[in-house]
Structure formats: structure tokens, C-alpha cells
Design a protein. Structure first.
Length: 469
């Protein structure tokens, strides 16, 4: 109804206004009036009044500094967790989650004995949105809970999450169940091994079945959870399932606006950190897409009529070879993320990355030789590329040593870097940030290459050039 929509708009405007007022004036100045109003509204019978009181607590708990006030807020929220109206229950749980974020770890230490059993109970709320919010509050509360305490509660909560995953068809309940499982795994780490065999088949089944348009987030959460479980239990236990996980990731079409894109990127990095050199067989399938993301091409800017791209911003830039291309501004963030993923692969695999050093260096070269406008727009990506190049030198050196091959690639990579970066430092001598990034890149590459990679004449020339700045 139109009237209900207007009422919700007023509610949200008031919600934001309370936050702004307390932030601007400070809790000390408004505390007396705020607590008086919260008490006045929470004591009324109307659910709308109670909702307003709980919302005020949710919006202002981050500004509470005294333990006494935090405790009073917690008592009020807990008193309304079983209210007959679902919006009051939902907001009570939402506010408890906010309190767990803003007042960690003191809130967890003082209140876990009361809050954790209540959250476990509310995960069976007859209203799915309320049950999902109980799990969301658990995520916020559990992330900052001490390892020993989480171990104490883990069994009961894991039974609950598995049960909800198996019985609920509500997407939010499924998503929050998976996120909650990942939190337990992250907190108790190796002690999670006892739950692994019961959880992993459920996640694999979910990934196989959750392929609908509205299930991108759910599928992404499942990938995220699988990778976190892998980190928790270690390579030996995780390796067979990791192969299946990466196989499914590779089947997933990664559109620029797909919710799964970021989840899969981060999951692949976690799996890489877990498997180390055993991750190498996946690289031939993963690297081509990353190399493609590094390229500035005009067809990247082809906006789809009626699509989300209509609101994106475009800019025309000159590439290293002087070609003008029109690209989305978001492309530069995509480039940075691709470089960071390459950095993770290099640093975790070291010598096992040897076979992929040359194509990766070729893909990164345009960033090293970027024109002034590209350099300015993706300076963070360029700085990350400098560090990744240093990692490539390490991979080349370690790989050659492991294979008893002559050390030719590492010195070549170093010289290639210096030939491109040192002249650009001269051109950007009025830009201290660019100079700093370039100097740090030179330093890291020299350290990675080690002694003997440059002859005496090259060292003298480099030192002479550095002292010009």
C-alpha cells in the first residue's frame, strides 16, 4: 500500500537522522535525551514505538563509550528478541549484530553466555527473515569470539546450521547458514576438522544446484565457505575437494557485474594459499582470464542498452603504443584486482610458478610502460604490478634453482624492469607518489634478484641515476 511505503520512508529517514545528530553532537551531549526517549518509546505497547526505540539503539550504539550504557542497551535488545511482532524481533537481532561489531570484543566477553543461546534459539524463528537475521547477528558476534569460547559452542551451532541448510529453501537462510559455518571454521581453525566431512558434501551439492539468476550470491557464498574450510583443515584434507571447487569455478561465467566474480576471486586466492605448489595445475585455466582483465581494449566499453553499464562512466585514454581506447572507469579497479590475484599466485607458489613467469611478465608489461594518463588513473594497480614483478623475479630464481637450470630469467626480468621504470622516474620527478612507488619497486626487484644479477657497470649507472632525484 502507498501509505505503508510512505511510512517506511519516514522510518528510514528518521533512522539516518538519529545517526547524524549523535555523530555531530557526540553521545555526551545527547545521552540524557536519547535514553529518555528510548525508555519512553520502549515502554509503550504499540510495536511501532518499540521498533523506534530499538532502531535508535542500533543507530547509536557505536557512539556509546561507557560499559554501563552498553549493558543497558544490550538488556533492552535482548528483552525484545521474543516480541510477537516479527519486525521488532528482526530489529532487536539486527541491533545486537551491530553492537557486536561496534563494541567488540568487550560485548562478546561479557555477554556470550546470554547472547549465544538466544541466537541459537532464534535461528528457528517461524519467520525466515528473522531466522536469517539471527544468523547474521551470530556472524558479527562470532567473528570476534575467542577460539576457546567458540569451540565450547560450536557443536550446537554446527548442528543447527547443517539442519537449516538441509531443510530450508529460503535463500537468505541458506546464505547466512553458509556464512555462519565459515565463521566457525575461521575461528576454531584446525578444530573444525571434525565437522568437515559433514559440511563439504552439502556445499558441493548446493554449488551444483544453485544456478538460477537469483542464486549468484548463494553460489558465491558456497565457494567462499569451501575455501575457508580448506584453510581451516589444511592441504592434505582439502586437496580432493579443492579440485572439484576450482573445476566448478571455471565453469562459472564471470560477467563484470556478476556477484560471484568477487567471491570466486577471493576463494581462488584462499585455495592457492592452502595448496601452495599443488595449485599449479589450475593456473593454465585461471591465468588467461586474468591476462584478459589486464588489457585496455575499446570493446570493454561497449555499453549494453538498458543494462547496468548505462550508468557507468567512460574515459578515453592512450595506451602504451599510442592507441586511443574508450574504457569504463571501473576497468582500472578490475586491473588492480587482477594484479593482486597474480601477486598472490606468485608469492604462494614461488618456484612452482616458474612455467608461467614469462607469460605473466608479458601481460604485466603494458602497466610498466603505461602512458601518463593510464599511469595516473591506475597508479595503485601500477604500484601492485611493481611488487608482482619482484615476485616474478623470485619465482624465476627459485624455479631455476629447483630445476638445476642456469639463472638467466631473473636477471633478464630485472633489466627489463629497470629499462622501463628508471626513465619514467625522470619524467615523473615532480610527482612524489609515483617516484616513491617506482623506487620501492626498484628496491624490491633488486632484493628479489639477489647478488650478481647486475654487473659493475650496470650498478654504477643505476646508482648515478638514483642520485639525480
Amino acid at each position: 500500500e502507498e501509505g505503508e511505503e510512505d511510512s517506511d520512508e519516514l522510518y528510514h529517514n528518521g533512522e539516518e537522522a538519529i545517526d547524524r545528530v549523535v555523530e555531530a553532537m557526540g553521545m555526551e551531549a545527547v545521552r540524557s535525551a536519547l535514553f529518555q526517549l528510548v525508555g519512553q518509546f520502549s515502554s509503550q505497547d504499540a510495536w511501532q514505538a518499540k521498533l523506534a526505540a530499538l532502531t535508535a539503539v542500533k543507530q547509536t550504539v557505536e557512539y556509546a563509550e561507557e560499559t554501563e550504557h552498553v549493558n543497558e542497551m544490550a538488556k533492552l535488545l535482548l528483552a525484545h528478541a521474543d516480541h510477537p511482532h516479527p519486525r521488532v524481533r528482526y530489529t532487536s537481532l539486527h541491533a545486537l549484530g551491530q553492537m557486536a561489531n561496534d563494541q567488540a570484543p568487550h560485548f562478546q566477553d561479557a555477554w556470550h553466555g546470554t547472547v549465544m543461546p538466544m541466537l541459537l534459539q532464534k535461528m528457528d524463528d517461524p519467520i525466515d527473515r528473522v531466522a536469517a537475521m539471527a544468523m547474521s547477528a551470530f556472524v558479527s558476534f562470532g567473528e570476534e569470539l575467542e577460539n576457546a569460547l567458540m569451540i565450547q559452542y560450536a557443536s550446537g551451532f554446527m548442528n543447527k546450521f547443517v539442519g537449516r541448510l538441509q531443510t530450508s529453501k529460503h535463500r537468505m537462510v541458506q546464505e547466512e547458514s553458509i556464512t555462519s559455518i565459515a565463521v566457525v571454521a575461521g575461528v576454531i581453525e584446525k578444530d573444525f576438522a571434525q565437522y568437515y566431512d559433514g559440511i563439504m558434501p552439502l556445499l558441493k551439492q548446493l554449488i551444483m544446484n544453485a544456478k538460477g539468476e537469483k542464486e549468484s550470491r548463494l553460489r558465491g557464498k558456497a565457494f567462499e565457505c569451501m575455501s575457508l574450510l580448506g584453510l581451516a583443515v589444511g592441504k592434505e584434507k582439502f586437496l580432493p575437494d579443492a579440485k572439484e571447487a576450482v573445476g566448478e569455478m571455471l565453469k562459472t561465467p564471470l560477467e563484470a557485474d556478476d556477484l560471484q566474480r568477487e567471491y570466486i576471486k577471493e576463494a581462488s586466492e584462499r585455495i592457492c594459499k592452502c595448496l601452495k605448489s599443488d595449485f599449479a595445475p589450475f593456473l593454465p585455466h585461471l591465468l588467461p582470464n586474468l591476462f584478459k582483465q589486464l588489457k585496455l581494449e575499446s570493446d570493454d566499453a561497449a555499453a549494453k542498452p538498458g543494462g547496468d553499464d548505462d550508468d557507468d562512466e567512460f574515459i578515453t585514454v592512450s595506451t602504451g603504443d599510442g592507441k586511443l581506447v574508450k574504457v569504463r572507469t571501473s576497468k582500472f579497479e578490475e586491473i588492480q584486482q587482477a594484479v593482486q590475484t597474480l601477486q598472490t599466485y606468485c608469492s604462494e607458489l614461488e618456484g612452482a610458478f616458474f612455467d608461467f613467469v614469462a607469460p605473466t611478465a608479458e601481460a604485466l608489461l603494458p602497466l610498466l610502460s603505461a602512458s601518463d594518463d593510464v599511469s595516473m588513473l591506475c597508479d595503485e594497480a601500477r604500484s601492485a604490478a611493481f611488487q608482482t614483478w619482484a615476485s616474478l623475479i623470485k619465482c624465476a630464481s627459485a624455479g631455476a634453482k629447483e630445476r638445476n637450470q642456469p639463472q638467466t630469467m631473473a636477471p633478464e626480468l630485472l633489466r627489463n624492469f629497470l629499462q622501463r621504470i628508471v626513465p619514467s622516474m625522470v619524467n615523473n620527478e615532480d610527482d612524489p607518489d609515483s617516484l616513491r612507488d617506482a623506487a620501492e619497486g626498484v628496491s624490491e626487484c633488486l632484493k628479489a634478484a639477489g647478488a650478481g644479477c647486475l654487473n659493475g657497470q650496470e650498478v654504477a649507472q643505476l646508482v648515478q641515476q638514483m642520485f639525480k632525484f
